[in-house]
Write a protein that binds this ligand. Structure first.
Ligand code: BTN
Length: 277
């Protein structure tokens, strides 16, 4: 059984200015996103990070569940008060994907994570981590919660058979032992780097840096939106997190992350949409 997370160990001399100023750890939660939203009435909680060793109602994108055995995953959420801007959720998804990749590499340098649009972090074509950004209006501002789940101590037997070829963990992907404590600290440091308001990335920088961590553009993808499916080649992302595709019948179409599902192509192995066990 992995060590339970401990808030004071995460917080100890953590070099952050915003994200992780306040850290809470609970043994069990419904969803850490909900625990973070529970503090949204108080602006002093900007940057709050909440971690749970276990979630009973962890959620993923598009109504999916996010499951992890007790102590096996890093399950955390960060509360942010930012301007009420419809583009902000997508921007936070891009930032969180980069932060996860950088944090993973920092604690396991034999692992090479890549982002698959919109919000999956893969290793060797298998899903290591997922990101769920949600928001609630609090006029004139908005509360945003960045929820991140990283598979850490799962072994193949922890994943149900139908996900075994699609999911991975740091335990599986790295030759070295990785502690959730180190990953939690590094994740907060990386998120803080991007989210301290005095150092905002320009739109161009954000897209360029995201692309440096992501699967290359030009891949053939199969997307579903509004009950229709589309096949095409990926062209570019924009700072709101939307993806432009060159459609196979011709033409260009932009897909937003919130309403689009990436479907597996039969010849593309390792498609990793869906919750991890
Ligand atoms: C996805 O891949 O669909 C996103 C998964 C996000 C899971 C994390 S675990 C911590 C936080 N709390 C939740 O209920 N969900 C996110």
């Amino acid at each position: 059984m992995p060590q339970p997370l401990n808030a004071s160990q995460i917080r100890q001399e953590l070099p952050v200015r915003r994200v992780g100023r306040i850290v809470r750890v609970v043994p069990e939660a419904g969803s850490t996103n909900d625990l973070a939203f529970a503090q949204a009435g108080d602006p002093d909680y900007d940057g709050l990070a909440v971690f749970a060793d276990y979630q009973t109602a962890g959620r993923g994108r598009i109504g999916r569940r996010w499951l992890a055995p007790r102590g096996a995953g890093l399950l955390g959420s960060v509360l942010l008060f930012e301007p009420d801007d419809p583009a902000r959720v997508g921007r936070l998804v891009l930032i969180a994907g980069m932060a996860v990749c950088r944090a993973v590499t920092a604690v396991a340098d034999d692992v090479d994570p890549v982002i698959r649009w919109p919000n999956d972090v893969l290793v060797g074509g298998r899903k290591l981590a997922g990101i769920l950004v949600e928001s609630r209006a609090l006029p004139p501002r908005r509360a945003y919660v960045v929820g991140i789940g990283v598979n850490c101590h799962q072994t193949p037997g922890h994943f149900p058979p139908e996900l075994r070829e699609q999911a991975t963990s740091l335990e599986i992907a790295s030759d070295y032992p990785v502690a959730r404590l180190d990953l939690a600290r590094q994740l907060l440091i990386e998120l803080d780097r991007y989210l301290v308001p005095v150092e905002p990335l320009s739109d161009g920088e954000l897209c360029d840096r995201w692309l440096a961590h992501a699967e290359p553009m030009g891949q053939r993808v199969h997307l579903q939106q509004g009950g229709r499916t589309y096949v095409g080649r990926t062209l570019q992302i924009d700072p709101t997190g939307s993806l432009a595709i060159e459609l196979e019948p011709g033409g260009r179409r932009v897909f937003d992350a919130a309403t689009t599902t990436v479907l597996p192509l039969p010849w593309r192995s390792g498609q990793a949409e869906g919750s991890s066990p």
